[in-house]
Ligand binder design. Structure first.
Ligand code: DPP
Ligand code: ZN
Length: 876
């Protein structure tokens, strides 16, 4: 594929007024007729042709105002349909007829079939696999959709908007017509047909309109959709209350399908979901599954305003809808659950997924300026960093002005295909603040590094902080400008109160936010009676790396006393990380591993503090991960040494806290009826974290085996199974539990995914053989993305020692898998390949093997643009 540049954007030469689509569904020969009404755009060249996008299409007819088009007026070449000699003024109609084979569509883009259900996925460029079209987000029009299908196998015929009517159609067929009154781009088109069960409910909007809510799932799975329905109603209410956004159609539908490349898709009025993010009950879903369902249901629903009513001008603006909508779903979950714990989980995810992306060969700005394959830009940078950038706008402006800016955005751009500049302008206009320096967050890739030092002058009562910021070079961007970095901060005094400086000089301060704007900046605080302990970047107000040599004692003070619980967690990690990095170094050099007793004491003290919520204590007990240590280590990484070092630190904590962990394990048992609420989930998280430490301290599988046998919900059951498998892979108890789990859930693919993932993440060099064996299991299904992600994806992304074997066998396996998956499902292949994004940070032996594996992939025949784009960027 060629490179697309933001700078080349220009509007289409023709305006699409409306489209009527008719589908005659058939498993292998679906007929699609698209009637499009166009007129030439004012100012467009009078001889400009109409150029429509296609992708592997079989066009069987082309009409102009109802008559066959003369052959010399059009060409169909390289997936582009070009039509010439079109009128200078006035509307004309183009009809395109195509024949589609949904059964053969293994890419899961366009119209495909999954378990007998016809379904579509059109974002980003799937609509062009259905018919020739202006398949770009700035072409909005109203759609009428007629669906004709076999009555018996497809009793259900769904599309966007409102149902117009239906009737019989002869020969055992029937038809349904839908009209979507809201102009939309093609990526939001959806069609679903098949035989599904439904859960129904309704929602009364703030202006009193009744909206029918329907969630469609496979027959028999209806009871497992009730939590999703509850989450949907809470989302609708929350968006009214917090953002003032009301739903705008008479019906809102969600369809759950089992073969899906993404999490879910926000098609207007007809969301299509990966069933993993709809189906849940206590026996089969974990607390994490429930939380994901709540977040993703909310996310897709929130897109109705941030994405659908206001869409993107072009795909470079993807973060306009994704970053903003992630921010909205984060805020929703924070309001539904514990805000502090939610924030900790978000930052953990950001640091483990986005920071490595931003520090490696795939780094790109939140708003990129060029791409080869847009599918590869649905990244944690666009989503998660995009959300952080939105959060920083809220931090800089304050809640009130942020709300004013959002209201202005909805008012000014409803119905538009907008840009990041449009978005930022709304906040500038609402607040009067200049956000031009701030906008660098959209344009400069790389995680800023802020280095801090402090000094205290007792005699003058003056405290000084010196800052230096640096944005590392990233592909295509060597020199960076200083950024506007909003840091929430506090000056803690020994007595537990906070200092209130008489004056602050050297930086703008608004409330508790300190604004860094220069490469180097010295800030003085006067009227400080005793040496304060600074807590910086509270709430992770800016997505940066902070280098600040604070003493472990100061960090322990923050970890025990800060009013901001995120900062407490951060401080504990900041004590832990140097210990873990030193432990890894010592392990690599076969030297003795020592642990700062302060780390262990603080960890145990917080874990045992009954005044703190269990979910928070569970987060504290989950020390920085092996991937976190690798990132902190920053290069020449040896995953085996990192694990050995971290295990040694864990062992010290496990023995020191053994008694407490046993008490936590007993006391936090949520017996009796399972409820997925945050408080109960927190207790389970704490109990299962304690179980993990106890397995180390006790060195026997008995407790975990018993926990597995007596578990009355999937959270406890999968946690116990994970402890058994990861700590005692060879114990007979483990083999028995794995087999019992398989036998019980063999007919539930989503639960079997957990069985695959737990085994593919068993640490150590034997993992690869285990994964190969599991791939032979009759429960494995290569054509289902969830199965492939659960086994191959999890192995590559989440098993550092198993995947990064020093002999390179893990990388060779991945290369083999990528080359096998790519011809069928390039998006899936490309996504799994990004697991190697940090290969350059490995020590030499491993990085050589990784390089060879990447070269093997690059040399593959007929690589998709998805995989070749990723592999080429990784090799650059
Ligand atoms: N469906 C994906 C999401 O909501 C892409 N838009 O993020
Ligand atoms: Zn989204």
């Amino acid at each position: 594929g060629r490179i697309i540049n933001l700078a080349d954007y220009r509007p289409t030469d023709f305006v699409l007024e409306r489209v009527d689509l008719t589908f005659e569904l058939d498993p292998t020969e679906t007929k699609c007729t698209s009637r499009m009404l166009f007129h030439r755009r004012e100012g467009a060249a009078t001889d400009a042709p109409l150029v429509l996008d296609g992708d592997e299409l079989n066009m069987t007819g082309l009409l102009y105002d109802g008559m066959p088009m003369e052959a010399e007026r059009f060409t169909e070449e390289d997936d582009v349909l070009t039509i010439r000699e079109l009128p200078e003024t006035g509307s004309f109609e183009i009809t395109v007829e195509t024949v589609i084979n949904p059964e053969a569509n293994t890419q899961l883009m366009g119209l495909y079939r999954t378990n007998g259900i016809y379904c579509t996925q059109c974002e980003a460029e799937g609509f062009r696999r259905i018919t020739y079209f202006y398949d770009r987000p700035d072409v909005l029009c109203v759609y009428t959709v007629n669906i004709i299908a076999d009555k018996e196998s497809c009793p259900l015929l769904l599309s966007n908007g409102n149902f117009l009517g239906g009737a019989g159609y002869g020969e055992g067929k029937h038809f349904a017509a839908w009209f979507d009154p809201h102009p939309k781009p093609s990526y939001l088109f959806a069609l679903v047909a098949g035989d599904l069960g439904v859960v129904e409910d309704s929602f009364t909007t703030m202006s009193g309109r009744e909206v029918a809510l329907k969630i469609y799932v496979e027959h028999g799975k209806e009871p497992r959709a009730s939590y999703a329905m509850d989450a949907l109603k809470r989302s609708m209410k929350w968006d009214e209350e917090v953002f003032g956004r009301e739903y705008d159609l008479d019906i809102f539908m969600i369809v759950a399908v089992s073969d899906f490349n993404m999490g879910a898709m926000e098609n207007k009025g007809l969301n299509v979901f990966n069933d993993k993010y709809v189906l849940a009950d206590p026996d089969t879903a974990t607390d994490a599954d429930y939380a994901n369902i709540e977040a993703i249901i909310a996310h897709e629903y929130f897109h109705n305003w941030t994405g659908n009513r206001i869409t993107c001008r072009d795909w470079f603006q993807l973060c306009l809808k994704e970053g903003l909508t992630v921010y909205r779903d984060h805020e929703f979950s924070a309001d539904q659950r514990s805000r502090a714990v939610k924030r900790i989980a978000e930052v953990r995810h950001l640091k483990s997924e986005q920071f490595p992306e931003d520090a490696g060969p795939l780094a790109h700005p939140v708003r990129p300026t060029k791409y080869r394959e847009i599918n590869n830009f649905y990244t944690t940078t666009v989503y998660e960093k995009g959300s952080e950038v939105t959060r920083m706008i809220a931090t800089i402006l304050g809640a009130e002005l942020f709300k004013k800016g959002m209201d202005l955005y909805f008012e000014r751009h409803d119905g538009d295909a907008a840009t990041i500049e449009d978005f930022v302008k709304c906040f500038e206009d609402a607040s009067g603040r200049d956000l031009s320096q701030f906008s660098l967050w959209y344009h400069q890739a790389g995680t800023p590094l802020v280095t801090v030092s402090s000094a205290y002058d007792q005699a003058k009562g003056v405290f000084t902080l010196s800052f230096e910021q640096m944005v590392p070079p990233t592909p295509g961007q060597s020199a960076k400008e200083p950024m506007h970095i909003p840091l929430r901060f506090g000056l803690l005094l020994a007595d537990g109160t906070e200092a209130e400086p008489q004056a602050i000089e050297g930086a703008e301060v608004t409330g508790d936010v300190l604004h860094l704007t220069q490469r180097q900046q010295t800030v003085t605080f006067s009227g400080i009676p005793t040496r304060p302990v600074v807590t910086l970047n509270r709430g992770f107000s800016a997505p940066i790396n902070l280098h600040f040599e604070q003493s472990p004692a100061d960090l322990a003070h923050i970890a025990r006393h800060d009013s901001d619980f995120f900062a407490r967690w951060q401080a504990l990690s900041d004590i832990a990380l140097p210990n873990l990095v030193a432990a890894a170094r010592n392990a690599r050099n076969a030297a003795e591993i020592a642990v700062d007793p302060l780390l262990v004491d603080t960890l145990v003290a917080i874990a045992g503090d009954e005044t703190l919520e269990p979910a928070f204590r569970a987060q504290i007990l989950a020390l920085p991960s092996e991937a976190d240590v690798a990132r902190e280590h920053g290069g020449n990484n040896d995953p085996d040494a990192i694990r050995t070092g971290r295990e040694a630190v864990m062992a010290v904590a496990a023995h020191k806290g053994a008694e407490l962990f046993a008490a936590l394990f007993d006391r936090n048992h949520t017996k009796g009826g399972f409820t997925p609420d945050a408080a109960s989930a927190g207790k389970r998280a704490l109990r299962n974290a304690a179980l993990g430490y106890l397995a180390i301290a006790e060195g026997r599988p008995d407790r975990a085996a018993k926990a597995f046998e007596t578990a009355d919900n999937m959270t406890d059951m999968s946690a116990a199974l994970t402890v058994l498998a990861h700590r005692f892979p060879d114990a007979p108890e483990t083999a028995a539990a794995l087999e019992a789990f398989r036998a019980r859930f063999a007919d539930n693919a989503l639960v079997i995914d957990k069985w695959f993932s737990i085994q593919s993440t068993i640490p150590g060099h034997g993992a690869l053989e285990r994964v190969r064996t599991l791939m032979e299991s009759p429960l494995f299904n290569r054509s289902n993305p969830n199965r492939v992600r659960a086994l191959v994806g999890t192995f590559a992304f989440a098993n550092p020692t198993g995947f990064n074997r020093a002999d390179g066998a893990g990388y060779r396996f991945l290369a083999e898998q990528i080359l096998e998956i790519d011809p069928k499902n390039p998006q899936l292949a490309a996504r799994i390949l990004t697991s190697m994004r940090s290969w350059r940070a490995l020590e030499d032996v491993r990085s050589d093997h990784a390089l060879n594996a990447l070269r093997t992939i690059a040399a593959g025949e007929k690589l998709s643009s998805d995989v070749s784009d990723i592999v080429e960027r990784m090799l650059k």
